[in-house]
Design a protein around this ligand. Structure first.
Ligand SMILES: [Zn+2]
Length: 230
């Protein structure tokens, strides 16, 4: 074995260890959140909300909650737990359904009253640059899970422990959750927050996100109906 091969092996192993350490630190900072930092009135195209910022462990990147006015917390509160996806939420990327899920959630919450929790865990917890790397691997033929694994990450490295703390700080203890993701249903077990109902979030597939939605359904257990291209 020559030196060049040895160097390559060392580099790959080191990269993998760095990624594991990054995931650990990322998860730890999610767990350590404890307090509300600021509240403000926020009128939007979807209606009027109160926006609440929570400590996330990363300066200027607080987790957020958007709440409609006069919430009656004696009743179950319609809630969406949304993880940041800059490309989908802000630029309307067709690679995923995040932007459409966010729009649909805000519109439902605004209509019925409720809360949107916005978590700063971009790219299913791997960050924006790694998500871009994963997209490049997908363009070479991998699906979303295979690409994450090739980069040394899990299928889904998000951590939802912070959600329970946010509900407690908002004094919400009964929830109707807008989601198709079974992992989000599990986070309520033994927490004192009651999940009263799961409300499906129906997004139409199109040619840009069809393959992504199929993987979510078939390999990540998301509870979609039939996925059809519109
Ligand atoms: Zn997305």
């Amino acid at each position: 074995m020559n030196a060049a091969v040895l160097t390559f092996k060392y580099t790959k192993k080191t990269q993998f260890r760095f990624r594991k350490a990054f995931i650990f630190v990322f998860k730890f900072r999610i767990i350590m959140i404890t307090e509300i930092l600021e509240k403000v009135f926020l009128p939007t195209s979807h209606g009027e909300f109160e926006m609440v910022a929570f400590e996330s462990g990363v300066k200027d990147f607080p987790h957020l909650a958007l709440l409609t006015k006069n919430l009656d917390t004696a009743k179950p509160i319609l809630t969406r737990v949304h993880s940041e996806c800059l490309t989908g939420d802000l630029f309307g990327s067709s690679r995923c359904d995040c932007g459409e899920q966010l729009e649909e959630s805000l519109s439902k919450i605004s209509e019925e009253g409720g809360v949107l929790l916005y978590l700063r865990q971009e790219g299913r917890g791997i960050g924006l640059i790694n998500k871009m790397k994963a997209y490049n691997l997908q363009d070479d033929g991998m699906n979303t899970i295979e690409a994450n694994h090739a980069l040394g990450f899990g299928s889904d490295d998000r951590n939802f422990d912070v959600v329970i703390q946010m509900f407690k700080l908002l004094e919400i203890d009964k929830v109707k959750l807008l989601t198709n993701n079974p992992k989000k249903i599990d986070i309520f077990q033994d927490t004192g927050i009651e999940l009263v109902e799961r409300v499906p979030l129906v997004i139409e597939a199109h040619s840009g996100n069809e393959a992504y939605l199929k993987v979510k359904k078939e390999q990540m257990g998301h509870l979609f109906g039939v996925i059809k291209v519109a």
